[in-house]
Design a protein around this ligand. Structure first.
Ligand code: FAD
Length: 447
């Protein structure tokens, strides 16, 4: 199917790939622009019809926040851009066409004059042998799967009498001590503290949390003192945190270190990211880490009508080093790339992007966080409040913000919900329907 709806002769066609921080913010900014009085015909293509505010994923996993409330449907966030829910399969830069496929198998050919790529990243599963047997924590489906898995382990341990089964069921290993690994550890330790009163046969000291980091220290994103403070808070909850401890292999039910093997039913891989695999399929110049190579204006080095931003792009900063893969950067890059695309449509020169990070904040659960903001170091409740407030206002619409505030208010008075949504039966049905050639809805899986 070829898609060129309402293509006016003068309209410049802009296709944006990816409905995350970069793609949605770029599209919203483009909607406001009329370069040289020209109409822009904007199409946003994304695999999911929602945008995930990833810093809220931790609370969505623990149940402090209703899962859907860490996301925003894309359609209501757009004013006039067209949205196509489809997976990008291929880009043909010579014909200037994007090939995408919808969940039901329908295919789309989307022609463009300017292409903006914001397809994000995936968990790096090539560093540690056996990584595919670990859980990941990147998408809303990942948060749901991990939540169900943990509750399931508590249920099994509560019923088990074999000490070995109880031990493995109640051991959680997080591989990677960056922002995501540490924030996840913080939220899960708080979750265990809060829900164990429902499992009277499990003692809190039977639930073991380990975090292994190959580098010299955890939280390299913040300064050393804050990393030490975060380590103290988490060790106070009984977590075993070890730096300079590379995981050598992950196997179903265990993690191998140089000197010991840890038996664990829950292993979450948070040891770095790689550009989304779809990015490798786009035949433009890439850097050696597989990101799209762009100049400081975010324009592809090899194809001037292709732009890239966010986690899938290597955008050189003023010091020549690429900007980090962070949401605060992706949002600013998005606004800037929209202005640059409009500039070239008007035959003006695009401007280089320059941004200095405002700071970094890491939540530790139980109303605690560490933050480094405008050079100041903040810890404890105030850091946690600041982080929550900041990300609340990153959510694009007020209706969603209100739902989040309501969830947070309820969570002040009640313990987290331990309802487990087990989709095994439904997934089986979907598989059988697919084998029989019937159309089926998609169910959450590992992203
Ligand atoms: C759990 C977690 C917590 C984080 N916390 C923070 C934080 O506190 N602060 C911070 O600054 N950063 C944080 N980050 C990093 C931040 O989320 C990313 O840097 C940011 O999302 C990058 O934006 P992006 O637009 O490049 O990619 P994304 O936001 O990942 O968006 C990519 C989009 O592309 C879509 N997509 C992927 N493949 C395809 C395809 N083949 N076809 C169609 N669509 C596709 C995806 O569905 C998604 O909508 C966190 C990340 C995670 C995982």
């Amino acid at each position: 199917m070829s898609a060129r709806p309402g293509h006016g002769s003068d309209a410049a066609r802009i296709v944006v790939l990816g409905g995350g921080f970069g793609g949605v913010m770029a599209t919203r900014q483009l909607e406001r622009m009329h370069p040289g009085g020209r109409q822009l015909e904007i199409t946003l293509v994304s695999r999911d019809n929602f945008f995930v505010l990833t810093p809220l994923l931790f609370e969505a996993c623990s149940g402090t926040l209703e899962l859907r409330h860490c996301a925003q449907p894309i359609r209501p966030a757009l004013r006039r851009a067209r949205f196509v829910e489809a997976t990008v399969e291929r880009v043909d830069p010579e014909r200037r066409v994007v090939h995408a496929v919808a969940p039901d198998g329908a295919t789309y050919e989307l022609p463009y004059d300017q292409l903006v790529v914001a397809l994000g990243a995936a968990t790096n599963q090539s560093l540690i042998p056996g990584s595919r047997s670990a859980l990941t924590f990147k998408t809303m489906a990942d948060a749901l799967v991990l939540r169900n898995h943990l509750i399931e382990r508590f249920e099994r341990a509560d019923a088990a009498t074999d000490p070995a089964v109880r031990h493995t069921s109640l051991t959680v290993v997080i591989v990677g001590g960056g922002l995501v690994g540490v924030e996840l550890l913080g939220e899960l330790t708080a979750f265990a503290d809060d829900v164990l009163r429902y499992y009277p046969r499990i003692r809190r000291d039977e639930v073991r949390f380990h975090l292994f980091e190959a580098g010299a220290r955890i939280l390299p994103e913040v300064d050393r003192d804050l990393a030490v403070a975060a380590t103290g808070v988490l060790r106070g909850r009984g977590a075993d945190i070890r730096a300079t401890t590379p995981v050598l292999a992950i196997e179903p039910g265990c993690v191998r270190l140089a000197s010991e093997t840890i038996d664990a039913d829950t292993v979450v891989l948070a040891a770095g990211i790689v550009p989304n695999p779809a990015v490798a399929q786009i035949p433009v110049e890439h850097d050696r880490r597989g990101r799209i190579a762009v100049d400081a204006t975010m324009r592809s080095l090899s194809h001037p009508d292709v732009w890239a931003l966010g986690d899938c792009a290597a955008i050189p900063g003023p010091d020549g080093h690429p900007y980090p893969a962070l949401a605060q950067h992706a949002v600013r890059e998005a606004r800037h790339v929209a202005r640059n695309v409009a500039a070239v449509i008007e035959r003006r020169m695009p401007a280089p992007f320059a941004f200095r990070a405002l700071g970094t904040m890491a939540s530790l659960g139980h109303s605690r966080a560490v933050a480094q903001v405008f050079g100041a170091r903040i810890t404890g409740f105030f850091a946690w409040w600041l982080r929550r407030t900041y990300y609340l206002f990153q959510m694009p619409r007020w209706d969603r913000r209100l739902r989040i505030v309501l969830d947070w208010t309820v969570a002040l008075f009640f313990r987290p919900d331990i309802t487990k949504v087990d989709l095994a039966v439904e997934q089986d049905q979907v598989r059988r329907n697919r084998a029989a050639g019937m159309s089926t809805p998609s169910l959450p899986g590992r992203g």
